[in-house]
Design a protein around this ligand. Sequence first.
Ligand SMILES: NC(=O)c1ccc[n+]([C@@H]2O[C@H](COP(=O)([O-])OP(=O)(O)OC[C@H]3O[C@@H](n4cnc5c(N)ncnc54)[C@H](OP(=O)(O)O)[C@@H]3O)[C@@H](O)[C@H]2O)c1
Length: 272
Amino acid sequence: MSKTRIAFIGAGNMAASLIGGLRAQGVEATHIRASDPGAETRTRLQAEQGIETFEHNAQAIEGADVIVLAVKPQVMKTVCLALRDDLKEGQLIVSIAAGITCASLQSWIGSHPVVRCMPNTPSLLRQGVSGLYATAEVTAAQRQQAEQLLSAVGTALWLEQEQQLDAVTAVSGSGPAYFFLLIEAMTAAGEKLGLPRETATELTLHTALGAARMAVASDVDAAELRRRVTSPAGTTEAAIKSFQASGFEAIVEQALHAAATRSAELAEQLGK
Ligand SMILES: NC(=O)c1ccc[n+]([C@@H]2O[C@H](COP(=O)([O-])OP(=O)(O)OC[C@H]3O[C@@H](n4cnc5c(N)ncnc54)[C@H](OP(=O)(O)O)[C@@H]3O)[C@@H](O)[C@H]2O)c1
């Protein structure tokens, strides 16, 4: 990665996080370029990361090994069609846009190697997780480059089938919001049980963080961790039984199914 030249098309939140992550990993500023229509965005990125920025996308991709498409899905087709004639053979295209398929991208840019990724919002704190899918044209070295890029903002996991990105969207892409919803509900319930709001919030947030850290560090799965903290006839068991009597698992399954279905529908619309 130290010799790889990377160009970012679109220098918004996600591109800035990826660039910050790459710089923190020791990638030289001279190896990273970015283009964005916003003069303020360019000036900020230049000042914060020391990289060269451009108003025009074609300038940013000159000499790049990897081109990261980090614009909103709605402008992706226009951006790709405009770049098509300036792309050089073998340049790897990495798209982080939600819902734009590799087939759509290749119909707009030609048969370049494409890695499609689905990162999530905690990537902005370098605590993200991404699903990655590579087209057949992507070489082993390019897979490594894409993996290192996304690893700069969290954990990167490869998928065998592109369709699995709809499931990734349902689990981790939209996932932070499910935990926020649980945090909201637990805080409100704690308040109803007599705690001051601030106390209920702090207790909930640190419980969420502690439980996630325990689960990530543990060599046993979440079900076993739960069994270990659920004493027979105790308080946790009373709560878990109440959750399950209300169909908790089925509610979660239905919600994720709805997200995956919506992801597939959006891909269909955005690819036209
Ligand atoms: N943020 C997340 O947590 C997250 C998670 C998963 C996937 N993603 C994906 O990441 C991509 C970027 O998201 P983001 O949150 O970083 O969005 P963002 O902050 O809005 O960044 C997009 C940037 O692209 C610029 N842009 C607009 N048109 C352009 C063009 N023609 N050429 C070059 N740049 C252009 C925008 O400038 P203007 O503001 O001036 O239009 C903006 O600075 C999206 O496709 C999104 O689906 C984001």
